[in-house]
Design a protein around this ligand. Structure first.
Ligand code: ATP
Ligand code: MG
Length: 487
């Protein structure tokens, strides 16, 4: 057997599901590919990894001699970064580790720090290095970008470009395009595997969708025409049959009727076949935002910085936010973006330098960086009035969550994107005058991100945001503020 992954007629369904998540899938994946795995939230990307890891029962065959390793893993022990890297690879020398770190733009002294004190982005990088240190392993990397800023995403992208033989799930096309040479997409009704990056796939998919729609359109036209003909032939034949006593003519009329029925049947079969193609075209509804504008300037900062131990956290900044402006705060991990958001919102005590004026309106839509612990679909439902509940469920459906998945109120098994949509739908409920959103795009699929971009550009809310998804921030920001860490 080669090191390739051979999947043949694989079908899988969680016991609580009405329909299989995968049905009769046949795919071959080469062990040397840098494969990007795409798919909307809840389509089964993480489940696909679990199947390769042998954690789930399926029908059909999945053959491979590779040893699969999953990212992210959670480490319970208290280890230094070096110990994490040497856990399974004790023979590796320090200089080799330092070299790998340098590829990730990490200083060597990170090795001596406790793993748990490292920033989210640094932990991600160390765990990824660990995956690739073991050359026999085939990494399955599930959404590595959530803790990475734009700079970190470029660093990890470059690192993955040096390696080969792995699969990465990400909703950030910009990131994936840095390194993938093959793309696999879990569509609504099919799975595509193509040679090329996400842009190539998107181009091919768009053409295939357009072609499918055009073909369907032509087919529907054809069926209308044929139906009209067959009706005409039938009524003519019937009339003929009834009006003539000539046996030969009656036979001819009956034959024509039979023929027209056969044509109709064939056409209907054709339509059924093509229906699966039309179903494969992704559809998103446009999303509604309810926006009130604040009546005054919301924020003014002059020569402003936040002090930590008497020192500026970032280089002093100047900015104004007026109604219907959207400010995005950018800067590397650790530059103080979330801290500045907390200051603006009045969460906590801060020492500052410079001048500032903050006039927060009453109705603020808040979205935190991480999915809030202890809050889920069930607890949100409990807090809502009947009318709000209806709007909330409507929003969830607009965001593409399937009705069947939120019938299960516990949301324990929901995919990461499905869980994120719960917080997003909650943040979109009601009228708001200011939107303060920290990393709204984490875990969301590309179509939901585009749906949000469409809504924001249509309703023009006043917004103060932080987001590492460059496509999103560039599409909606009217101004940007870069925080530069003061050294
Ligand atoms: N143990 C489980 N029992 C029942 N349903 C499950 C279970 N685990 C996942 N699901 C459901 O299976 C579907 C696929 O989940 P999965 O986590 O594989 O999606 P995903 O493609 O990784 O999505 P995301 O982009 O949001 O991470 C989802 O609808 C999810 O709610
Ligand atoms: Mg997932």
């Amino acid at each position: 057997m080669t090191g390739n992954i051979l999947i043949n007629k694989m079908t899988f369904q969680y016991p609580s599901m009405l329909h299989p998540l995968f049905e009769n899938i046949t795919v071959n994946i080469d062990e040397n590919w840098k494969l990007g795995l795409l798919g909307r939230n809840g389509r089964g990307k993480t489940t696909f990894f679990k199947i390769l890891l042998g954690e789930l029962d399926y029908e059909g065959t999945v053959q491979s001699s590779l040893i699969f390793k999953y990212f992210p893993v959670y480490l319970a022990n208290q280890l230094t970064a070096e110990e994490v890297l040497l856990q399974k690879n004790p023979m590796i020398e320090r200089w080799e580790l330092e070299l790998e770190l340098s590829y990730m733009d990490l200083p060597a002294e990170v090795l001596d720090r406790d793993f748990y004190v490292l920033s989210g982005g640094e932990q991600t990088k160390i765990l990824l290095i660990e995956l690739f240190l073991n050359e026999a392993a085939f990494p399955l990397i599930d959404e590595p970008t959530n803790n990475l800023d734009a700079h970190g995403r470029r660093g990890v992208g470059d690192y993955l470009n040096r390696k080969k033989g792995f699969i990465v799930v990400s909703h950030d096309q910009h990131f994936l395009n840095q390194f993938v040479d093959h793309t696999m997409a879990i569509n609504k009704e099919s799975i595509d595997v193509i040679k090329g990056d996400i842009d190539t796939w998107a181009y091919e998919k768009k053409n295939a969708d357009e072609l499918a729609e055009e073909k369907n359109h032509r087919l529907y036209q054809e069926i209308n025409r044929l139906e009209a003909v067959s009706k005409r032939v039938a009524s003519w034949g019937q009339k003929r049959e009834n009006s003539t006593k000539d046996a030969a003519e009656r036979r001819l009329a009956a034959k024509q009727m039979k023929r027209s029925k056969a044509i109709k049947k064939r056409t209907e079969e054709k339509i059924r076949d093509k229906k699966s193609l039309i179903n494969n075209v992704e559809q998103v509804e446009s999303l509604k935002m309810r926006v009130d504008q604040p009546d005054k300037q919301v924020l003014l900062l002059r020569n402003f910085s936040i002090l930590q131990n008497g020192k500026c956290l970032f280089e002093p900044v100047n900015i104004d936010v007026y109604p219907s402006e959207r400010l995005f705060i950018t800067g590397k991990n650790g530059a103080g973006k979330t801290t500045l958001l907390h200051f603006i919102l009045g969460n906590g005590q801060f020492e500052v330098t410079g001048d500032y004026q903050i006039r927060l309106p009453n109705k603020i839509s808040l979205l935190h960086q991480q999915n809030q612990l202890g809050k889920d679909h069930a607890s949100i439902l409990q807090q809502l009035t009947a009318q709000e509940k209806e709007s909330y469920l409507h929003l969830l459906r607009q965001l593409g969550s399937k009705r069947s998945s939120f019938a299960d109120h516990t949301s324990n098994h929901w995919s990461s994107g499905e869980q994120k949509k719960v917080f997003l739908a909650n943040a979109l409920l009601g009228n708001h005058s200011l939107f303060v959103w920290d990393e709204v795009t984490n875990y969301l699929d590309m179509m939901v991100i585009d749906q949000l971009i469409g809504a924001i550009n249509k309703y023009k809310p006043t917004m103060i945001g932080v987001d590492h998804n460059e496509h999103f921030a560039n599409s909606v920001a009217t101004k940007k503020l870069e925080l530069i860490k003061k050294v």
